[in-house]
Design a protein around this ligand. Structure first.
Ligand code: C2E
Ligand code: MG
Ligand code: MG
Length: 737
């Protein structure tokens, strides 16, 4: 049965509508045809009307017809269902029941327009109020309705329920917006590729990237000038794409001319259509240039020394490990050179860190120039460098490079307007004979370097078993020396100086002794350099100074005549900023008259930083303390250089005195030193005098004093007190006689 509904009261009798079946519609007809004619006409009309009703009913969408006043004249079941009313209820509704006021006005306007123009309207976006008060969204159309006479009688149209569709559209729009916001927040690019991996879509929130988009569009990633990070390279990546695998955080980079390097992080996933057929890739890219460059900087800083820009210890150790595995595979040999600068600490302490830094930079550059590009120079820290000499098969080749390095270090460096000279000590370990792995090679090269130091510095040594034994000794020596002071293992011996003319004891030198509980008696030649290197000498030196002054005062308290006490100063002590204060404090504490104290320094200490040395020595002199140059003749200085220093005493090194009788050169040097010392009004003391001949020679040549086993060995304090007493007494007796 037809369920279309029609209100025949066209032209509208008001707001009251009655739902009536369409077949009850056509009542009046004003024509005058015969009754059979009429009846067949009526039949036809009825049939037509039914036909139209059926059509209207068969439309899936809602059908409506209204009169010119907007009163509902006809509708179909779909229309009722659209709004949730029965046909009965529908007839009773007013337009306001179906629409909000605003919507009613909007619809009215559409009707008026159609009325005026006669042109139908389609796809109108309207809203209805459902019986349950929810909003029904429709896409409506409006067409003019003419009556049999062709007069305008109302409007009709179709309403398509698009509520769900609109909801989906809205959801889609929101989802699209969310997706955009997300990709924009988390990435710089959203991209899509076709099944051949060509870019088909590139979206960036940044409009300035249009040129990049144009450049990449239609290309495959590996055709864009980017390199890919990772061992597998593009081949591995292409295999991954071919097998339609997702990928995450793949880093790619490129450097365009005139631009800085550019890094991106790319993630993507394969796309399949609903039939499961692969259609391409989609993904996001994020620019990570800043992060990558920062990472590289951090990596560089972690592996390089900031001062010299050389690889650091960590990096060197990696490179050495690589060299070991390479050498193992290809049967190659190489050498490790461990370099330590000899007098760097003095420069650093006396000229300051800035000068020290400059020196290290200069020296490292020279070392670099002395080796091949394939060799590796690294700074291990402080004044320690290390070189990996690639493909060196024998010690002769390594020796050549070591000599070059020594020469490079030896050339003077001008720092703060001063010429400074440092030397280097080099230890060499050959692979594989001196070590087969990185730790062993490093350790043995280090051991060999210490051997070079012990050999008098400014030389190189290859690792050997003997060297290793002495190095172990050195280690145990160092460990023991650290506790020598607190364990009270240190003490002083005293050696007299004698006036060559009147034979009186003119002074005494305090000489340090170490009786180690574990190692026995250790000579100063062994432990003083060690104390110097380790810095222990500062504390030890202070102890010596204080003990010597206390002893001196003690002798006077015992009734001995006052005597000048010579105390040796080490390089480190001389460079120590507290030296002056320490001297003052000790003199004050012990009550020792300053003129009874003589400090022995060596040439090396004063020629590194002459300005500082002069200032310091003058300050010491101002306190009233005397200054002696010890071991004179062994250093680089000349007497001419020394004349600017406030020096009281010159001690001629034992090596010249030892063979005065046999070595004419040494004899000559000694004569010259004595003569020039006298010219500069210094007291000249000969060290290590062991024989009458030596004594006679020195007396002949005007030397003032002598010190040596000939008169007395260094002896304990009480023995020295006795020596003084007996000597004074003997002198008195001999003079009386
Ligand atoms: P030095 O200051 O030149 O001391 C003289 C060294 O020559 C002493 O060696 C002494 O025992 C030795 N000697 C003296 N007369 C003769 C001789 O006739 N024949 C021989 N063969 N040797 C003689 P020592 O005591 O072994 O000291 C060696 C060096 O250690 C000293 O040389 C000095 O540079 C250093 N030293 C000793 N005590 C101290 C100290 O308290 N502080 C510092 N910084 N260095 C010290
Ligand atoms: Mg001395
Ligand atoms: Mg000496």
């Amino acid at each position: 049965m037809s369920a279309s509904y029609k209100n025949d009261d066209l032209g509208g009798s008001g707001s009251k509508h009655q739902a009536e079946p369409v077949n009850a519609a056509d009542e009046q007809s004003g024509d005058n045809r015969s009754s059979s004619q009429r009846s067949s006409l009526q039949d036809n009309t009825l049939n037509n009307a039914r036909h139209i009703q059926d059509i209207i009913e068969s439309i899936q969408d809602s059908y409506y017809e209204v009169d010119l006043k907007g009163n509902l004249k006809q509708f179909n079941t779909a229309y009722c269902e659209l709004l949730g009313y029965t046909a009965e209820q529908m007839w009773k509704l007013t337009p306001h029941d179906r629409h909000t006021k605003e919507m009613a006005a909007l619809i009215n306007r559409a009707f008026i327009e159609v009325y005026k123009t006669g042109v139908s309207k389609k796809s109108l976006d309207w809203e209805y109020i459902h019986k349950d008060r929810s909003t029904v969204r429709v896409e409506g159309s409006v067409n003019l309705v003419r009556d049999a006479k062709g007069e305008l009688a109302g409007f009709r149209g179709i309403l398509r329920d698009v509520t769900e569709q609109r909801k989906i559209e809205q959801a889609l729009r929101e989802s699209e917006a969310r997706f955009r916001a997300l990709t924009h927040l988390s990435s710089d690019w959203y991209w899509e590729q076709d099944e051949e991996f060509r870019f088909t879509r590139l979206e960036s929130r940044d409009a300035t990237r249009d040129s990049v988009r144009n450049e990449l569009f239609g290309k495959r990633t590996w055709e864009t000038g980017y390199d890919i990070q990772g061992d597998e390279g593009w081949n591995g990546f292409r295999q991954l794409l071919e097998s339609h695998q997702p990928f995450r955080d793949v880093v790619m980079h490129r450097q365009l001319e005139g631009e800085k390097r550019h890094f991106v992080n790319v993630s993507g996933e394969p796309v399949f259509n609903c039939e499961g057929v692969f259609t391409g890739y989609r993904g996001v890219s994020r620019e990570i240039t800043d992060q990558k460059l920062a990472e590289e900087r951090i990596q560089y800083m972690a592996t390089h020394d900031t001062l010299t820009k050389l690889p650091n210890r960590a990096m060197f150790s990696q490179l050495l490990n690589i060299a070991v595995s390479g050498a193992l595979r290809y049967q190659r040999n190489f050498a490790v050179l461990f370099i330590d600068l000899d007098r760097f600490k003095i420069v650093n302490d006396t000229l300051g860190h800035e000068a020290g830094d400059l020196l290290l930079q200069e020296i490292s550059q020279r070392f670099k120039n002395a080796i091949r590009a394939s060799d590796v120079l690294a700074r291990l820290g402080g004044d320690e460098f290390v070189i990996l000499l690639q493909e060196v098969s024998d010690t002769a080749q390594a020796s050549i490079v070591a000599r070059k390095i020594l020469l490079a270090a030896f050339d003077p460096v001008v720092l703060m307007g001063q010429e400074c000279r440092v030397t280097a000590s080099i230890g060499i370990a050959m692979y594989p004979s001196h070590g087969e792995d990185e730790p062993m090679l490093m350790k043995n090269a280090d051991i060999a370097m210490y051997a070079a130091k012990e050999e008098g510095k400014n030389n190189f040594q290859f690792f050997s078993k003997e060297i290793k034994t002495s190095s172990l000794k050195r280690l145990s020596l160092e460990a023991n020396l650290r506790h020598a002071l607190e364990r009270k293992e240190l003490f002083l011996h005293y050696q007299a100086k004698v006036d060559l003319v009147n034979r009186k004891i003119s002074g005494v030198e305090a000489l340090l002794r170490w009786e180690c509980a574990e190692l026995g008696s250790v000579s100063p030649a062994q432990f003083i350099p060690l104390a110097e290197e380790t810095g222990l000498i500062i504390a030890i030196g202070k102890w010596v100074l204080r003990s010597a002054c206390i002893q001196n005062m003690e002798w006077q308290r015992q009734g001995l005549p006052p005597i000048c006490m010579a105390v040796n100063l080490s390089v480190r002590q001389f460079a120590d900023a507290d030296l002056l204060d320490d001297i003052r404090a000790v003199l004050k504490e012990t009550g020792m008259p300053p003129e009874l104290l003589e400090l022995e320094i060596t040439e090396g200490m004063v020629i590194v930083n002459t300005d500082r040395a002069i200032t310091l020595l003058r300050a010491i002199k101002n306190i009233g303390v005397r200054i002696a140059i010890d071991d004179f003749g062994t250093g680089y200085s000349s007497l001419a250089q020394l004349k600017n220093f406030p020096i009281d005493t010159l001690k001629v090194d034992r090596s010249f005195i030892r063979d005065i009788a046999t070595n004419s050169k040494h004899k000559g040097i000694t004569e010259a030193i004595i003569a020039m010392g006298k010219t500069l009004s210094m007291t000249v003391v000969a060290e290590g005098v062991e024989t009458t001949e030596q004594e006679a020679f020195l007396l002949d040549h005007g030397c003032d004093e002598m010190q040596g086993y000939y008169f007395s060995k260094p002896i304990a304090a009480n023995e020295f007190a006795e020596l003084m007493l007996t000597h004074v007494e003997a002198l008195r007796v001999s003079r009386q006689v």
